[in-house]
Design a protein around this ligand. Structure first.
Ligand code: GDP
Ligand code: ZN
Length: 456
């Protein structure tokens, strides 16, 4: 319990059918009672029943007809007393209702604070809490499924199982370390290493599913580069048209880059076109300069280089080939509907390892293969089924858990050093604890929940 009572508008800003103001904390019901007149006194209202009433202004005059529902602790989203006021869905009425709550002593909730309280009161672990955000920001059915799996506890269950096995193996190793006079270790190195190997495989599987979930959630950033007039804008338009796109921008992207989003196999492909590339049809590369193109490439997961297949390869192409060769990239030779003017074998010799596709933005040819290649470049050829919602932070923890398990296994197999192995297991344990939120680190929690909406 936190002591204070917080309030926020939980529905999206703007005009709509209804708006919901949430109040959580010990005074939530009495605050609601102060500002909403109901037929019965608020303390007599049953938990989880809806009552209608009048939202009143400072002078006791009605502002709106509202519905009021209260959830008594601990059976509420936050795990503490929680009351919701459902008013008509106008920004002003919602704002007035919130103001009334604040006048009665509520504090305006921080972003994600309701979910943070749910976490701190043990209603959700951290993996589940982050999945709530995944549900809110899902842009495809697959992303939604992945978030929902994690919210229902699928990721947490796997991690917990591994965690338990980790604890027992650690304990067994400790016995051997603490009583070395027994001379025979409690478990032998081979058994320890086999059990670690099983854990590594389990974690690897989770990490793969989380990587899928991460891609479903965050998408793949593609930097669209190429000389003016090769057909970048045409390609962008064709791709968007063809996929009947969900074209919403993803928050947190920079302003100087135009981003168009469409999904392929549920994964948002975020095509980044520098502003200049779209607005100035000629001399665009010069105008933006090498600098800007380089920046777009640096921000991307994969570079999509477009060439005009009716034109020969020149200095620009040679230069571009060198610049993209050491990063993930796909080469698309556009205008394949026109007679070829490009020396294909020269292109292959410049980029012998690359995926090179022939496309026609105008005739919508090769676009499926192109999208497939972009996803494959980042997600690999494996299945995209069974994704689990994950953030970059969680993926990092999973990778470090796998690394430290690897070190433990190595310590047993090659150095026969159980003490060193136990140290690796302790590292792994910390990583798993950070996934589930079994730690005391306010600043990490601040960071996690700051990415949430206000009112969630
Ligand atoms: P950008 O400067 O790279 O964005 O190129 P645009 O998309 O503006 O295209 C430049 C010119 O090439 C336009 O006249 C397009 O109609 C034409 N174009 C683009 N894609 C194709 C294609 O696949 N085939 C043909 N024949 N023309 C194309
Ligand atoms: Zn253009």
């Amino acid at each position: 319990m936190f002591g204070d009572t917080i309030a926020a508008i939980s529905t999206a800003w703007g005009d709509g059918g209804i708006s919901i103001i949430r109040i959580s904390g010990p005074d939530s019901l009495s605050v609601a009672g102060d500002i909403v007149r109901t037929a019965k006194p608020t303390e007599d209202l049953l938990s989880r029943f809806m009552y209608n009433g009048s939202l009143l202004d400072e002078g006791g005059n009605p502002i709106d007809e509202v519905l009021l529902v209260s959830f008594r602790a601990p059976k509420s989203y936050t795990g503490e007393d929680l009351t919701e006021i459902h008013c008509h869905g106008g920004s002003l009425v919602a704002q007035r209702c919130l103001e009334r709550c604040l006048q009665k002593g509520c504090r305006h909730a921080e972003p994600g604070e309701f979910t943070r309280r749910a976490f701190e009161n043990g209603r959700l672990d951290l993996a589940q809490a982050e999945a709530v955000n995944g549900i809110i920001h899902a842009r495809s059915n697959e992303a939604l499924k992945a978030a929902s799996r994690t919210l229902r506890g699928e990721l947490s269950r796997f991690v917990r199982e591994l965690y338990d096995e980790l604890l027992s193996l650690s304990a067994e190793l400790e016995v051997g370390i603490d009583f070395p006079e027994e001379d025979v270790p409690y478990i032998d190195d081979q058994e320890g290493s086999d059990r670690i190997e099983t854990m590594i495989k389990g974690l690897q599987d989770i990490a793969d599913r989380c990587t899928t979930g991460y891609l479903l959630r965050e998408g793949i950033r593609v930097a669209l580069v190429g000389r003016p007039n090769v057909g970048k804008s045409s390609l962008l338009n064709s791709l968007l048209k063809e996929s009947r796109a969900i074209v919403t921008s993803i928050p947190g992207t920079t302003r100087d880059v135009i981003e168009e989003v469409f999904t392929h196999k549920g994964i948002p492909l975020r095509l980044m076109d520098t502003a200049g590339l779209r607005t100035t049809p000629s001399d665009e590369v010069e105008a933006i300069g090498i600098e800007r193109t380089a920046q777009a490439m640096d921000k991307s997961d994969v570079v999509l280089w477009i060439l005009d297949g009716s034109e020969p390869i020149g200095d620009f192409e040679r230069d571009m080939a060198t610049r993209i060769s050491d990063r993930p990239h796909i080469v698309a030779v556009n205008k394949s509907d026109l007679p070829s003017g490009l020396d294909g074998s020269l292109l292959v010799s410049l980029l012998p390892e690359s995926t090179i596709l022939n496309i026609s933005a105008q005739e919508q040819r090769g676009l499926e293969e192109l999208k497939e290649a972009l996803v494959e470049m980042v997600a690999g050829t494996g299945t995209l089924e069974g994704g689990l919602n994950a953030t970059a932070r969680q993926l990092e923890e999973l990778r470090s858990a796998i690394d430290s398990l690897g070190a433990s296994k190595e310590a047993l197999e090659h150095h026969h050093d159980q003490t060193l192995a136990a140290a690796g297991l302790a590292e792994t344990r910390k990583a798993l604890e950070r996934i589930l939120g079994l730690f005391d680190d306010d600043s990490l929690l601040d960071t996690v929940f700051s990415r949430f909406c206000i009112g969630k």
